[in-house]
Design a protein around this ligand. Sequence first.
Ligand SMILES: C[S@@+](CC[C@H](N)C(=O)[O-])C[C@H]1O[C@@H](n2cnc3c(N)ncnc32)[C@H](O)[C@@H]1O
Length: 367
Amino acid sequence: MPRLASVHVMAELDELATRFRDFGRSSAARAPLYGRLAPCIADEPEILELLGVAPAEQQLPVLLFAAVHHLVLRGDEPDLERFYTNLVGEPDSGDPFPTFRECCRRHSDALRALIATRSTQTNEVGRCSQFLPALGMLADEVGTLAHLDVGTSAGLNLLLPRYEYRFSPGGSVGGPSPVVLDCATRGGVPVPATLPDVGASIGIDIAPIDVREDEEVRWLEACVWPDQADRFARLVAAVELARQQPPDVRRGDAIGALPELVGEASAHGHPVVTNSWVLNYLTPSQRTAYVATLDDLGNQRDLSWIIAESPAQTPELPIPAASPGEDITVLSLVTWRGGHRVVRRLATTHPHGFWVHWEHRGTTRQR
Ligand SMILES: C[S@@+](CC[C@H](N)C(=O)[O-])C[C@H]1O[C@@H](n2cnc3c(N)ncnc32)[C@H](O)[C@@H]1O
């Protein structure tokens, strides 16, 4: 592996090494493979320097791991594949690092090319389990919905009516579908008896993923941690489903695109904007502008907005935090009716939708 030139000083390598050690410590429980590899990588300048081609803020362990995973998914590294739970089920219990290091040596140019041009990107379909109860409440109130998912990535959460939900307790909704979303509930989640009627589904993203493009989909899959085999499997199944009838995903900025999209969607139902783990990518002033844009639109027509974001990371949003700096996914619903804005905190949720703990007491709904 030539060139240590792109990371110029030892201090930079030391900083990268620290990031890998910290990552290894903090993620070992959730990501045993990466947890084992990270401290070994921290001691290997040849591997650390691969990240030097990324912009400073992107020089993160997850970017290197995603790039290697991408090669494994492409079938370029059959020897390394045996350590990836998502691909083999029962991973090899031996030491993965020598094979990982060899892979980095053999494919250093390919890895640099990926690391220089990509940033980690996800699309978590499990989040549909948290959207569904809120959408059910809205459908009861206003009838047919027009769904606008802002920061939609590959648009997989626009396929919400095509998935099968198993709330426990709460029962099943939708399906049968090859994409089954299991969700543990607490606090009386108002699980709808049926899927809401959705007249239009449109997504917008500043860097959308086209589900028809193999390389783009592979990158999306590569960003899932291999030990999280359940997330990986449902992502693969959702992409497969999406390819049969690709979602309407458009390229654009959250703030600039919204007025036209809301106007377009309104012809097909009550416009409902959803955001999940998107607004933390905006700057504080962009978040303020985003809220102002929605307020403007809500003053012109009835509108609803479902937010699944962390209050700590998005303090400009009207998310009622339970405590200062609350850093957990909070599901909130903002409605504008006749120009009057109401904000309701509904639930806390698992960041990938594996559980929903309902808090809101203002709804009575019978299945
Ligand atoms: C963590 S992903 C979440 C994707 C999806 N909402 C989900 O829950 O799976 C964040 C997405 O927000 C998009 N994004 C970031 N800034 C944006 C902006 N200003 N306008 C539109 N999309 C943006 C990114 O490209 C990325 O696809």
